[in-house]
Design a protein around this ligand. Sequence first.
Ligand code: NDP
Length: 339
Amino acid sequence: MTPTERLDLATIESLACDALLAKGFSHGQASAIASNVTAAERDGCLSHGLFRIPFYVAASGNADCDPTAEPVLFQPDGAVVHVDAGHGFCPHALDVGLEPLADTARQYGIAALAVRRVYNIAALWPEVERLATEGLTAFAFTASNACVAPAGGTKPVFGTNPMAFGFPRSSGPPLVFDQATSASARGEIQLHKREGKSLPEGWAIDADGQPTTDPEAALAGAQLPFGGYKGSSLSLMVELLAGPLIGELSSRESAAHDVNKTGAPFGGEFLIAIDPQRCAPPGQAVDHDARAERILADVLAQDGTRLPSSRRFAARERSLVDGVDVSVHLLETIRGYCA
Ligand code: NDP
């Protein structure tokens, strides 16, 4: 078993922030990333927790990366809000763009946020959860570095291209899902490699296009979309929304841009927010909440089901009280940055 050390969440956040500050990140960038990775540790999403700090540090070494960038908000007339992240990282860009997105969605009923020129190595659930907690239905999409072959093919075209969805609930935390459109996130393959574990079948093919369960061979070959051609189409949709639609890089272009092979995708994130109150037919009230709760209750009435994010929310309850166990090896690396 990997040796671990138990830390409370405040300690994790200040350690992450101090490490990034020591590596030349501005306070705005460092604190936004630290808050993001701490939320991932808190919710048991280890592939996007402190594990990501070395990736942020490596990406900051890219010639065009600016770990001190101040994102710039543009809001021309209309319902699309723009943030130019200035070659910085996504958490800080979202700190700048999410509130204007929410305000604009309330104004028009629906709004979009196009985040451009951004390094994005974070999970997407924090942004859709935040919007849904404010009463908005939310979607988020980002392309990444090409590593996934389209259904039927053998060469990477898509990134792991995640998409996230949030739906507000008055009874408690929103319904949220956040999933790669590949059979697994790339971080999961990296974690399997680090821990010397085989991959489940169906996650990847090797460089010759043959199915593999070896993480090393998978990283050299291609990951597979989930669910065959259906996941492949969703990955294509994410690629088009977060790339060409907002004038940003495709996953292949992002991989070519990553000359130092840091694994950090560069390009765009696209978000949509909808105000449910503005979706009712004119002159009629719709009790979205009660109607949605009936559907969720029907799902949960069956043995073997659960709602997406229920695992995260349960982990959150535990870690707020008990803290979380972090790999000693990872802590040594991150503390080394501060030294
Ligand atoms: P998972 O397959 O672990 O989970 C996907 C979603 O399904 C989660 O919302 C999860 O909820 C839910 N879920 C899992 N099991 C069940 C179940 N039995 N019933 C109902 N819902 C379930 O995630 P992925 O590996 O696909 O992605 C992991 C993360 O990687 C995501 O946060 C994604 O944003 C991120 N990512 C980021 C990229 C980037 O470039 N920035 C690229 C690719 C991925 P729960 O959390 O509660 O388990």
